[in-house]
Structures are given as structure tokens and as C-alpha cells.
Design a protein around this ligand. Structure first.
Ligand code: PLP
Length: 368
């Protein structure tokens, strides 16, 4: 079976091998006589699936032992409330706004904390990531929040800020939903990180949280128990029934990632290298064309989400129709930005990007 290339921003394309394995194991996981979604989350079969997934995730991202890994529910937007409930102490928190997701987090935090804007690129249409030298951080803030890959605007933070050297004692909280596992993370600069699964990991609903153990004992009294980091961590993510099937698929994705090889590198290093190659190929093509354009500052361009415009927008519909006919799906841009967007997460093979570029070139030739 040949499948089309799916450029959806999320829920997004999964590695084919993962889907095939899940299909093969749907009715009977490893001779247990049960499918994974029929298993008790406290049974030995599921516990082994969970433990392998947690340890593979830690290994892939090289997460130090002082961090807890929590498998939660509620998605990225859920964490927009869960983070301030757990980490704000009801006080000030600093936000760096480089796109829609940071803005959403900022608005939600106002229900539980006092969010302040340390920097924003809104006036420039969110076309760059604000340089840390321009941030104004508040001395008393409980944490500094940033979305390190703005899925809608295609803006990525390529070097995490070193808050200590900027005179701040606050922990850094990152929303890395749309580039988790696409590159390495400098954990020495991070207090907590969260990611919805539906971009680079697995089914929507599952949410991964990586949080320093030293930070988890300060939830507000109103924090729902099932979203209290301390309670969830203390129960190894089984305070309530976790999203078991999502965890299983995530585990298959982690195993797939560990098997990746690229240019002598393996695992996360391999996928990071491939992601660089894929995104550079597409950006180079867009920059070389006078028919298309990407408006994001070169230093802030996302490797995962590449918004672009046809300079003649009257051709948008024909472009999308032709793309679909070529098996290139879900290229329409987010309604708030318009134009097109190619999301090229880990599961998008190099070949998919090459086929997209061929189509872009062909469409340009036929219409200019
Ligand atoms: C997709 C995405 C989310 C998603 O949140 P959901 O609640 O799972 O819909 C959050 N943050 C970012 C940066 C995203 O890309």
C-alpha cells in the first residue's frame, strides 16, 4: 500500500512502521490474549509497556535523574492551566510571546497567576523569536514560560536561554509540543517542559511532562488532584487511569526513533540531522523562488512547521487541489496566518519533502 504524504500540523502523520506494528498487535499483544486497550493499567503486561516507554523517552532525550517524567492527559492547552496551578504559587510569571501558543498560555495563566509579558514579537506578526537580550524579566516571577516551537507561525527557539546568566533565579518552563524529540534539549536550562503527543509522539490526549523533582511540591490548593504533579509523580503516572493506548503507541514511536540511523548517527542525533536536512531543503527552495515566500526571520525558522505563501494568492485553491491529486495532503495554512504550511515532523521522510518540492516547482512552472 502506498500512502499519501500528510503534512498536517497535528494530529500528524505517524511512522508507518509504528502503525503496522500496532495493527499487528491490536487483537493480541505478545501472546497475552488481550489488546493493549483492554489491559488493566496495574497488570504486569501494561506496567512493562509503561516502564519501557518511560525509560526509552528518558534515554532518547537524555533526561537527568533529577527530572520526573509524567504521562498525563489534557493536552498542551490543559498544561496551560496545570503549569500555573503547580508552579506559579499564585504569583507573577513571565511570558515570552513568539506566536499563538505562547499567547494562549499567557491568557490561561491569568486565571491562576499574574502573567507578565517579558518580550513579544506580535507587532512583527510573530516572524521572529525575541532575542533574550531584549527580555525584561521580573525579579519575583515563579517561572518564565516560552513556547519553543510556534506551530502556527513557524518560529523556533534554537538555543534555550540561560536564565541564570540573565540574572533570573526563576525556572524555565517550555511548551515543546511541536518539536519534542526532533532535537536535543539542554536540560541544565530547564525547570519543566510539556508536550501534547499528537505532533511527534502518538495519539492526541496523551501529554508528556518533564519536571524537576524539586519543583513539584508547590501546587495551589485548588489544583485538581489528577493534575497535581506531586501526586501524579508519586503514583508513577497511575494516580488515575493513564491514557494507556496512547502510552503504548508512544512507546512504539520511541523504539522506532531509537532504530533510526543517519550519516553514522543513531536515535535522536539521527533524527535531528534528518530534520535539518529536510527543512533546509524546503527553505532553500522557497528562498530561491520568486513565486513563493516564507516570511520568518532566518535565525528563527522552525524545522518542523514551515508556513509559506504563494505571492499570487488567487492561485491558492488550485495549488491545494493539485497537491491533493499528487498525494500531498493538508498543506493549507492555519486560518489565522493564511497561505500554506508544511509540517514536516519526525515521521515525514526526506522523500516526502522532495516530492513536495517537485510539486512546488512544477506548479510554479505551470503558472508563471
Ligand atoms: C498542538 C500544540 C498544542 C496543543 O494543545 P492541545 O491541547 O493538545 O490541543 C499546544 N502547544 C503547542 C505549541 C502546540 O503545537
Amino acid at each position: 500500500m502506498t500512502r499519501p504524504y500528510n503534512f498536517s500540523a497535528g494530529p500528524a502523520a505517524m511512522p508507518e512502521e509504528v502503525l503496522e506494528l500496532a495493527a499487528a498487535e491490536m487483537l493480541d499483544w505478545h501472546g497475552s490474549g488481550m489488546g493493549v486497550m483492554e489491559m488493566s493499567h496495574r497488570g504486569s503486561e501494561f506496567i512493562s509497556i509503561y516502564e519501557q516507554a518511560a525509560s526509552d523517552f528518558r534515554e532518547l532525550l537524555n533526561i537527568p535523574q533529577e527530572f520526573k517524567i509524567l504521562f498525563m492527559q489534557g493536552g498542551g492547552l490543559g498544561e496551560n492551566a496545570i503549569v500555573p496551578l503547580n508552579l506559579s504559587k499564585g504569583g507573577c510569571v513571565d511570558f515570552v510571546l513568539s506566536g499563538s501558543w505562547g499567547q494562549k498560555s499567557y491568557k490561561e495563566a491569568a486565571k491562576y497567576a499574574k502573567p507578565l509579558i517579558a518580550a513579544s514579537s506580535e507587532e512583527a506578526g510573530f516572524t521572529f523569536f525575541p532575542n533574550p537580550s531584549t527580555w525584561s524579566l521580573n525579579d519575583s516571577s515563579s517561572y518564565v514560560h516560552l513556547c519553543t516551537n510556534e506551530t502556527i507561525h513557524g518560529v523556533e527557539c534554537h538555543t534555550l536561554p540561560d536564565l541564570r546568566s540573565m540574572g533570573s533565579k526563576a525556572p524555565l518552563v517550555i511548551d515543546f509540543s511541536s518539536h519534542v524529540l526532533s532535537r536535543s534539549v539542554d536540560w541544565s536550562r530547564v525547570g519543566a517542559a510539556f508536550a501534547g503527543a499528537q505532533k511527534n509522539i502518538g495519539p492526541a490526549g496523551l501529554t508528556l511532562v518533564v519536571v524537576r523533582e524539586a519543583l513539584i511540591d508547590q501546587a495551589l490548593d485548588i489544583c485538581p488532584s489528577a493534575f497535581n504533579y506531586k501526586l501524579v509523580a508519586g503514583a508513577d503516572s497511575m494516580y488515575n487511569t493513564p491514557p494507556t493506548y496512547g502510552i503504548y503507541i508512544a512507546g512504539l514511536t520511541f523504539q522506532w526513533l531509537k532504530r533510526q540511523v543517519e550519516n553514522g548517527k543513531t536515535g535522536l542525533e539521527a533524527i535531528e540531522l534528518r530534520n535539518k536536512t529536510k527543512s533546509e531543503l524546503l527553505y532553500n527552495f522557497l528562498d530561491s523562488s520568486s513565486f513563493y515566500e516564507n516570511k520568518v526571520d532566518h535565525l528563527s525558522r522552525s524545522r518542523m512547521n514551515i508556513p509559506f505563501f504563494l505571492k499570487d494568492e488567487s492561485r491558492n485553491e488550485a495549488f491545494l487541489k493539485g497537491a491533493k491529486e499528487q498525494g500531498l495532503l493538508q498543506l493549507k495554512g492555519h486560518k489565522s496566518v493564511g497561505g500554506m504550511r508544511a509540517s514536516i515532523y519526525n515521521a515525514m521522510p526526506l522523500k516526502g519533502v522532495q516530492v513536495l518540492i517537485e510539486y512546488l516547482r512544477e506548479f510554479e512552472r505551470a503558472h508563471s
